[in-house]
Design a protein around this ligand. Sequence first.
Ligand SMILES: *Cc1c(COP(=O)(O)O)cnc(C)c1O
Length: 356
Amino acid sequence: MAYILPHIMEMPSYQSGKQPADQRAIKLNLNENPFPPSKRVFEALQSIQVDSLKRYPDQLCQELCEEIAKQNFVKAEQVFCGNGSSEIISLLFTVFIGAQGRIALPDPTFSLYENVAARFQVECVKIPTREDYAIDLNSLIKTNADAIILVNPNAPTGLLLPSSDIEYLVCHYSGLIVIDEAYIDFADPKNSAVPLIHQYDNVIVLRTFSKVFSLSGIRIGYCFSNPQFIAALEKSKNLYHVNTISQQLALAALKDKEYLNTTINRIKQIRDRFSARLKELGFTVLPSETNFILCTPPSHVNKTAKELYEAFIQRNIYVRYFDSPRLKDKLRISVGTEEEMEILFNVVCSIIKEGK
Ligand SMILES: *Cc1c(COP(=O)(O)O)cnc(C)c1O
C-alpha cells in the first residue's frame, strides 16, 4: 500500500552544502557569515531567565516586528516574522499560490523555491537568464504565472537587479511579486523593494537574520507586505513558530547597527580583494553584491570546477559546486575571514603550480 503521496515520492531532496563535522574545516559553502554575532547577542543570551522558558513565546513576535518596522520605516502590521525565511517561503505557497498554481522564476536562482513548489504541486516556469546572467524580466512577465519570484541580489550569481528594474516589474505585472532580499544589505540598500509595499499591494519582500547578522542558527526570517497579506500569513502559520530565545537574540542583534555595518564593510572588502586576486590568476568572477562570489576557473588551472571543488575538500576547504548546465563550470565561494581567504588563495596558487 502506498502511504507516501506520489508527488512527495518523486520530489528530490533539497541539496544543501555539506556541514563537515571537523571544526577546523574552512566552510565557504552556505554563505554563512564568518564573523561572530554582535556582543549584544551574547549578552542577551546570558540574560535569559531559564524560568521564563516555561511559557510559550509571543505568538506575534511583537517587540521584534516593532523594531524591524521602526528601522525600515514601515508599520508593525506590515511585518511578519517566521522560523527562518524558509518557513515564510513555504507559507507563501500555502497562503497565495496553492496546489496547481504556477510560479515563474529566473534560472539559475535559489533552488529552495523549486523544491518547495514541488512539495505544493506547484508548476515552476524557469526563465533562463541571459548569457551574462542578467534577468529577463519581460519573459518572466509574459508567463502570466500566479507569482514571480526574484532573489535580489540573485543567488548564486551575486548580481543585483537595480530598483528601476523592480519598478518596471511592478508596473507591468499584477500577480504576486516576491523579492527575496536575503543579501540586500551587502549591496546598496537603496535598491531594496521595501518602499514599494506602500504603493503596490502585490509585493512581498523577504529578509533573514541568517546572513548579515551571523545568526543562521537561530532561524529567524521576516517579510514586509501590506497589512492584509501579513494578517493572512499570521493566520496560516504554525502555532508558536518562533521560539522565545531566538526572538530575544534577534532583537539584540538589530539594536547593534554599528557592528552590523562594520561586519558588512569588512566582508565587502574581503570579497573585492579576493575577487581581484582571482581575476589576476585568470578566473572569471561575476561582480558580486553579496557575501559570495561565482567564479569560473581558467583553462590553465588544468582542472574542471568540479575537480577543483574536490581538491579543496582534500585540503579541508568546502565551497559550493552545482551540477547544472549553467553552473557546472563554476564555483560559488562564500566570503570567509581574511585568514580563510588567504589560505584558499594559496591553495589555488599551489594547485595551479602543480598542474604546470
Ligand atoms: C540563505 C538564504 C535564505 C535564508 O533562509 P533562512 O531560512 O532564513 O536561513 C533565504 N533566501 C535566500 C536566497 C538565501 O540565500
